[in-house]
Design a protein around this ligand. Sequence first.
Ligand SMILES: Cc1ncc(COP(=O)(O)O)c(C=O)c1O
Length: 375
Amino acid sequence: MNESCEPRSRVWLEISLEKLRRNLGRIRESVAPCGVIAVLKANAYGLGVARIAEALAGEGVAGFAVAEPREALQLVHLGLPVQILGGMLPEELPATVAAGIIHPVVSVEIARAISAEAVRQGRRVECQVKLDTGMGRLGILARDAVPAIREIAALPNLDCTGLYSHFPVAYRAGEEFTLGQIAAFRGVVDALAAEGIRFSKLHIANSDGINNFPEACRPPFTHVRTGINLHGSFDAEGQRALHLEPVLELKARLIAVRLLPAGTKMGYGLTHTLQRETRVGVVAAGYADGLPLALSNRGCLLVGGELCPVLGRISMDYTSVSLEPVPQAQVGDVVTCLGGAGLRAITVDQWAQLKNTHPYEIICSFGTRVERRYV
Ligand SMILES: Cc1ncc(COP(=O)(O)O)c(C=O)c1O
């Protein structure tokens, strides 16, 4: 088929790379001299990792962090440090060692396996030790850290450059728990330094840490790791110390405009009945594209800049809205499902609230049919 005949997607994410870069700039300024590691796991939280990583690479980002090897391997060509944050499976090591990825060390056992693979390949491999200071998920417990890291640091072909940990509740500013994590981390750093074991990279702060715990964003810490702040979003709770701009808008097309009589029952479950004759718009986007079912009979979409209430239940591919606020609306019009400016803006936070979740889940839930367009 001639490429020019191929229809464009009816539903798309408009992602502003300029706003993304500005967000990075503001984060960098706020944590300097600490470097900023961009967390791009899960396809850059759904935004499309290739373009997002490219856009950040030239803007002074210190490196990239991801959750697993396949994500890491996609990024090595950009020439910046790429690190895996989570656990490794032994069978993943031949590829990741060969690619020069920074390996996470969450136990002495995996450190031995990484070292053995590095020796087998005749390479040196950079690794960073993950401390569990309170997340309860992965890492060496702070109380076991000194003897464990002593052993890890002596393993052949391992360059143990960093130590890092993670916050579970840093959205609660001033919280004792998080301050305790920082103290435990620093205790391990000091105890190891007394034995002559030093690291050039120390990091613990995520976006919540950046906004709520300045002490985690200055020396001895050397870096912060941020994911959601790059997108201009924040955790649902906590301070928003940084002024950031949302980088994405979700848009779709109006596929039908219909005049329906009073008494018409709408959509699956017949959950809405029109009280009077109503101009109804059918938008070509549904829950398969990431619109939360919770918007059914509760949310609004923007048509012609006007907020149009959702009528009935959101279905997989379609959402019906009242077009009463915008009589001039026509088939083909662009509908803003998420985004817009000023008082009428529909935000990730609003969707998260309606869905009773956090912004991360909203951002990561855009469907595969949604085209990513970079502007
Ligand atoms: C270990 C680790 N560090 C940093 C981040 C980035 O978190 P955020 O998107 O809140 O900045 C994550 C994301 O969950 C993570 O798992």
